[in-house]
Design a protein around this ligand. Sequence first.
Ligand code: ADP
Ligand code: MG
Length: 351
Amino acid sequence: MTAPGIPRSDKAVALSLTGLTKAFGSMAAVDAIDLDIAEGEFLTIVGPSGSGKSTLVRLLAGLDAPTAGSIRLRGADITRVPANRRPTALVFQSLALFDHKTVGQNIEFAMKMKGIAPDPRRVRAMELLALVRLPAHYYSRAVTSCSGGERQRVALARAFASDPEILFFDEPLSALDYRLRKTLEVELKDLHQRTGKTFVYITHSLEEAMVMSDRIAIMRAGRFVQVGDPASIYSAPANRFVASFMGEVNILTVVPGPDGTPRFAELDVPAPGARGAYAVLRPEALQTDTGDVRISCRVRQVALLGSRTQVMLDAGAAQLIAEVPGAPASLVPGAELSFGFALSDVTWVDE
Ligand code: ADP
Ligand code: MG
């Protein structure tokens, strides 16, 4: 388990990537990536479809060889070592379970291939069922009789069967429904803490990454545009691309006004002290009747979130999202009122 606040550099490096590149023709799907992954870390790589996440994880798992660069495992060069000789395991979205086999046979498959005898195999399979919190009697169940979440747990148990030092996950939850995904996110994080293994997790959802990770790398067109802990990515996105990944966030464009001073383009109000092409503003920074920048808004939609209320607002040419405490009676669709924000709450970024 990683204690908060301990700098990554205090930990031993598990995997070290230097100039790692994979080109398909003239296109570098992974483009000269440098990264150290710490022992026991939960690192999540987040990027849109096509940004090179799967290509990168295939290089790390040894399923593909890079065009250039190297991969070291605790200092030893493993760049050309094939997948079956690396102490790693990969969990996919399509779980690739054997449907004609039982849960136990699926978990034991690799052990059987290695020639491990039935009794120790079964003992280990039972341990692994417990690890992923499946009841022992699932051992003899047909894998086809398992629910989606249970199948995901069987795949996890199978990945742990070879006792890998590093586990790679390539969007393993993206085909599951929201509730199940949320449950499994928490279980994966818990599994990481209980096993102390190094996890490298791939997703296109920054929200998912925020829940689980010690550290997040944001990927765009084969490169990392920002690497940091969830809190620093949330509070200080490096550019508009990272900010736009945060989903529920306001991004305003800064343009020079007629007199040369900066203005918020969509709101047509001054942007004093602007230090970038865009202002990123979290929903909770936007409140009624306060702030350095005041905006006339019309309430479009209201959603109660327990002790807070989320408000969608039309303001000039912008659609804004605000999150206010409680459930103010004034916030009803169609209401005209003033919202505002403090300039100190703005993160200024460039493209
Ligand atoms: P992601 O997993 O982030 O969606 P991928 O790593 O699958 O992205 O793909 C990154 C880029 O590399 C895409 O443009 C994709 O079309 C290309 N690509 C991936 N695999 C191959 C391949 N085997 N041959 C040619 N192009 C590929
Ligand atoms: Mg992919």
